[in-house]
Design a protein around this ligand. Structure first.
Ligand SMILES: CC(C)(COP(=O)(O)OP(=O)(O)OC[C@H]1O[C@@H](n2cnc3c(N)ncnc32)[C@H](O)[C@@H]1OP(=O)(O)O)[C@@H](O)C(=O)NCCC(=O)NCCS
Length: 180
């Protein structure tokens, strides 16, 4: 279910040339990068959003979407088609800037991503949330995601994390309460 309001513009596809704008959003989301990496984000982290792919996938398999307001990007998300298997689409990152969190934007943009992917053949959405990101885990579970497995620990700059791989099977359109 897509929700479009004046404060919630339609997403646009982003390309590597938009990395500076993504880096500015990441700066505003330093809380998340400090949790993940133990260090503030850099331009290289924004570049990585566009080029950091599993070796068997190519840039054309990934779509990076951005939600812009008058004051720049409010949110970005990156989704990889058919990974790790056909029909499963992998949400590599979804981040909302702190000033816009807790207002329903995350839920709304996830709904848009899911509808967009389902129209292109996705039957399942997967993602991995850091075990340390308890708020993020609660958010995804509230949208109907369930645990597949735990992986790691893996290195993230000066930190190390185990991650919870979560999945949601698409049996219909995304509902307002996160149910199918
Ligand atoms: C996780 C994130 C994307 C959620 O976006 P958001 O715009 O804040 O979420 P919403 O306002 O749409 O909230 C949707 C639901 O999740 C719940 N929720 C959102 N953030 C929550 C939090 N920190 N703790 C508990 N519940 C939360 C809300 O209560 C809401 O439930 P409701 O509709 O029943 O009231 C956003 O907080 C974020 O960018 N966090 C930092 C990056 C991150 O963790 N990304 C995910 C990495 S896997």
């Amino acid at each position: 279910m897509a929700l479009h309001t004046p404060s919630h513009p339609l997403p646009t596809k982003l390309a590597k040339a938009d990395a500076i704008e993504v880096a500015a959003l990441y700066d505003r989301c330093a809380d998340y990068f400090l949790l993940q990496d133990g260090l503030a984000p850099t331009l290289a982290d924004a570049d990585e959003l566009f080029i950091g792919l599993p070796s068997e996938k190519e840039a054309r398999d990934q779509t990076v979407l951005g939600w812009r307001g008058d004051d720049g990007l409010h949110a970005v998300a990156a989704i990889l088609r058919d990974y790790p298997r056909d029909g499963t689409w992998y949400l590599g990152l979804m981040i909302v800037e702190p000033a816009h969190r807790g207002l329903g934007l995350g839920r709304a943009i996830y709904g848009e991503i899911e509808d967009w992917a389902a129209k292109r053949g996705a039957t399942e959405i997967r993602l991995a949330v850091l075990e340390a990101n308890e708020a993020g885990e609660r958010f995804w579970r509230s949208l109907g995601f369930g645990e597949v497995r735990r992986v790691g620990p893996d290195a993230f700059k000066i930190k190390s994390h185990r991650r919870i791989e979560l999945s949601r099977h698409l049996a219909g359109s995304f509902g307002a309460n996160g149910s199918q």
